[in-house]
Design a protein around this ligand. Structure first.
Ligand code: NAD
Length: 369
């Protein structure tokens, strides 16, 4: 059995609390003989700034590059609001994404039947929902230059962000989406704003060309990103895989989060280019939520998004699909048994703590798939 090198970066706020539960699940996986793990631990975000004056140190970056996968908790909090922009907590995550070349962000939105009533939408609209949002992560308006606030000298300032996409960036993210669709329900919906943005025109053109050249067997449809947002809350089950740029993906995946009931339920994967020789991809797995300073340190955080991120690591980095299925089944059974953290409380009479939720998932995992 090969040893899998995992770098744990718990970060700030509830990050360390939910990471502690992942470690319990990973221990159960190792105990069952399905995988052997070697853990390294590092600092990212506000805690790294406190320790090194940077959002991630060079030595932790080196560990991230050497790891088979990185598990990331969350960063940020009001304590670090005053720190300089370049070393703010989020800069650690952006550096990891950029330096590891993590251009594809996969965000599944799955509505567990037991939680259909926790959604703000009607049960029939969300029950059984299973969609995958593929967001371009290293390009677009979050990285394009110029990016500045310019003093116009007349008492006015101008804020500038630049949306830029090259053909290759759109091609590689489109391929990830089409490949995933082939393993799912074979449909891709591409979202952009070609009616008002040049990058949207190019996005539409390139996705259409990749489809025609390489993925004719997959159904492709295009929707304007604003219409897509509307359709996501009107009839989300029409979607299988959604592929879109960095900015629209950021917004649309948060909408999808609410379809499933809580930010605390959503895992994500960020993948890099496949190595030409080994086929391995650099990868970082993280919950979609932030550091939730309002509940940090109270044992209230829902660890399911973080544990689901470990399941995604099993599936996409280690080829251990059966282990991923088993973790997800353990989550589903725990929810079906009525365990609820406060964020997914619904009508439940009592709620469990972060650790109790983690312990129950471990117990269900040990029972098998
Ligand atoms: P947030 O995701 O931290 O919290 C939003 C709301 O959801 C809060 O009410 C919070 O209590 C709740 N919530 C989030 N995760 C939860 C969980 N696992 N269980 C139960 N409830 C949960 O977003 P925010 O409040 O906008 O941001 C807080 C801090 O996190 C900010 O500093 C922000 O910059 C940072 N942030 C970090 C990341 C990241 O690390 N990837 C992402 C988003 C925000």
């Amino acid at each position: 059995m090969t040893t899998l090198k995992l770098l744990l970066l718990p970060g700030d706020g509830i990050g360390p609390e939910v990471m502690a539960e992942v470690e319990k699940v990973a221990a159960a996986v190792a105990e069952g003989g399905e995988a052997r793990f070697e853990f390294e631990r590092g600092l990212v975000g506000g805690c790294a700034y406190d320790a090194h004056g940077k959002a991630i140190s060079e030595s932790d970056m080196a560990l991230a590059k050497a790891a088979d996968a990185v598990l990331f908790g969350a960063v940020g909090g009001p304590k670090w609001d005053p720190v300089p922009y370049d070393v703010r907590p989020e800069a650690g995550l952006l550096r990891l994404r950029k330096d590891l070349g993590l251009f594809a962000n996969l965000r599944p939105a799955i509505c567990y039947p037991a939680l259909a009533d926790a959604s703000s939408l009607k049960r029939e609209v969300v029950e059984g929902l299973d969609i995958m949002i593929v967001r371009e992560l290293t390009g677009g308006v979050y990285f394009g230059e110029p990016k500045e606030i310019r003093d116009l000298g007349n008492g006015q300032k101008r804020g500038i962000d630049t949306q830029v996409y090259d053909t290759y960036e759109i091609e590689r993210i489109a391929r990830v989406a089409f490949d995933l669709a082939r393993k799912r329900r074979n449909k891709v919906t591409s979202g952009e704003k070609r009616n008002v943005m040049k990058t949207g025109v190019l996005w539409h053109e390139v996705v259409t060309a990749v489809h025609a050249r390489e993925f004719k067997d997959v159904t492709l449809e295009h929707q304007l990103a604003d219409a897509l947002a509307m359709q996501l809350v009107r009839w989300p089950k029409q979607f299988d895989v959604i592929v879109t740029d960095n900015l629209f993906g950021d917004v649309l995946s948060d909408i999808a989060a609410m379809l499933t009931g809580s930010l605390g339920m959503l895992p994500s994967a960020s993948l890099g280019e496949a190595d030409a020789v080994t086929g391995k991809r650099r990868a970082l797995y993280e919950p979609v939520h932030g550091s939730a300073p309002d509940i940090a340190g109270k044992g209230l955080a829902n660890p399911i998004a973080m544990i689901g991120s470990l399941a995604m690591a099993m599936r996409y980095s280690f080829g251990l699909g059966a282990t991923a299925d088993r973790i997800e089944a353990a989550i589903a059974r725990t929810l079906a048994a009525g365990l609820r953290t406060a964020d997914i409380r619904g009508d439940a009479r009592s709620v469990v703590s972060t650790a109790q939720m983690g312990d129950s998932i471990v117990a269900e995992y040990r029972k098998g798939a």
